[in-house]
Write a protein that binds this ligand. Structure first.
Ligand code: PLP
Length: 437
């Protein structure tokens, strides 16, 4: 048994001056205690008690190059020594913007901000200003940040409350203190359902500024779009003059440098990026056509943020792009192979230990769930999973030296090797056997 004595002691202390003892509500869900980190290197993180874990949380996604990647660290350090931020323009922004327009098929121009939430806020404003319409179509189970404009109750095992609140077709605030009025412009639809989308857009398309979607529903089950679904979404939005936004905060720089839209060969009008964009430094972006971005260039839409495009963040993103792009992007092939091996190994071990489960994998990300089904292809099916059982499994994995998110989503980085995958599968076997006992 591992001891979490120091983390427990620190968590008790942190609640005194830090509201809730954590800096993001999700972290409070970790059991047996929100862990305190001491250091990280490559695919391994060490906690305050000296316990070491193979890390698949990866800071909820940003650490595509693992922890403290030597080249990334060196380039961030070099940038910092010249001054971190000026509130003036600098050449790093020009270089990164140009590099992104080369890498992202849908991008002629980009705008930088600090978090995925802000990038989505900006994308929605661009869409509304461009179209002169106000309604936004979004989907059950997708997450687009926590702004008033778009945060609906989110059914996640590691998010408190509201689990079923957006499952019944009604758009409910995702948090206390959120304006319900802000959500009046949100039309909530089931995802992966081309008929529901077409019916709604044919009836109400004239009011709709944007359809926003995760191109793969990574936040709820890592569910792929059904064949033809994104294509139909693209055709309908184009026909009806609606801005199509792909929220690639997870998939950007993860499904290849060109993100999911390159992988699927479908160009949205706008995309958002965050998380992996700067390898673990806060940076996000909106990218799209020059025509759409004109509302920003003209000043019609305000784009604000004190630290937007700062030198440290742009240097980190350029370094991340360089590292991931080397040798024809072989890192993506490697990460995907590791994820596929893990996903298949977990499927086998779930069954071998007498459980029913599904592991949906796409690129270097997968979702493991305990569920009495052969496949999970939409949000309704995903909602049937046994979240409490998975949470028990995550706690046992921690004891076995593997850090996974309590809701079932796993990320693989460039630093995860075959040896890590093998050790992880052996740990999963032991954890499942203990769970079954
Ligand atoms: N969009 C998606 C698809 C996300 O997964 C997230 C975060 O998990 C966000 C937006 C919000 O990003 P951030 O947490 O950086 O505000």
């Amino acid at each position: 048994m591992k001891a979490y004595t120091t983390s427990k002691r620190l968590f008790e202390r942190s609640g005194a001056a830090l509201a809730g003892g954590v800096s993001s509500s999700l972290r409070a869900a970790m059991r047996p205690v929100p862990l305190f980190a001491a250091s990280g290197r490559g695919a391994v993180v060490t906690d305050a008690d000296g316990n070491r874990y193979i890390d698949y949380l990866l800071a909820y996604g940003p650490l595509i190059l693992g922890h403290a990647h030597p080249e990334l660290t060196e380039r961030i350090h070099a940038a910092m020594t010249n001054g971190y931020t000026f509130g003036l323009q600098h050449e790093g922004e020009i270089e990164l913007a140009a590099r992104l327009t080369e890498a992202l098929p849908c991008a002629e121009q980009v705008a930088f901000s600090g978090s995925g939430t802000e990038a989505v806020m900006l994308a929605l404003r661009i869409a509304r200003s461009h179209t002169g319409r106000t309604k936004i179509v979004r989907f059950h189970g997708h997450y687009h940040g926590w702004s008033d404009a778009i945060f609906t109750a989110f059914p996640s095992a590691d998010m408190k409350g509201g689990a079923a609140s957006d499952a019944g077709g009604k758009t409910m605030p995702g948090t206390g203190g959120q304006s319900e009025l802000a959500l009046q412009d949100v039309i909530l639809l089931p995802w992966n359902d081309a008929v529901a989308l077409e019916e709604t857009l044919r009836a109400r398309g004239h009011e709709v500024a944007a359809v926003i979607t995760e191109p793969v529903m990574c936040n709820s089950g890592c569910i792929r779009p059904r064949d033809g679904y994104l294509e139909r979404m693209r055709e309908l939005t184009r026909e009806l003059g609606i801005v199509l936004i792909f929220d690639e905060v997870i998939t950007g720089f993860r499904f290849g440098l060109g993100g999911a839209h390159e992988r699927f060969g479908i160009a949205p009008d706008l995309m958002t990026m965050g998380k992996a964009l700067a390898g673990g430094i806060a940076l996000s972006a909106v990218a799209g056509s020059r025509e759409l971005m004109r509302v920003v260039s003209s000043g019609k839409v305000s784009h604000l943020g004190t630290l937007n495009g700062n030198c440290v963040a742009t240097a980190a993103a350029i370094a991340t792009l360089d590292i991931l792009g080397r040798n024809g992007g072989e890192a993506f092939v490697r990460m995907e192979a590791t994820a596929a091996r893990l996903a298949q190994g977990l499927r086998e071990r779930i069954a071998a230990n007498g459980f029913r489960g599904v592991v949906n994998q796409e690129g270097p990300v997968f979702h493991m769930m305990f569920i009495d089904r052969d496949a999970v292809e939409d949000f309704a099916a995903f909602s049937e999973r046994d979240g409490a059982l998975y949470s028990d499994f995550a706690e046992r994995m921690l004891e076995e030296g593997v850090l996974v998110r309590t809701n079932g989503l796993w990320y693989v980085s460039t630093e995860h090797t075959e040896a890590h995958a093998e050790a992880t599968l052996q740990a999963a076997d032991r954890a499942l056997a203990r769970l079954a006992a």
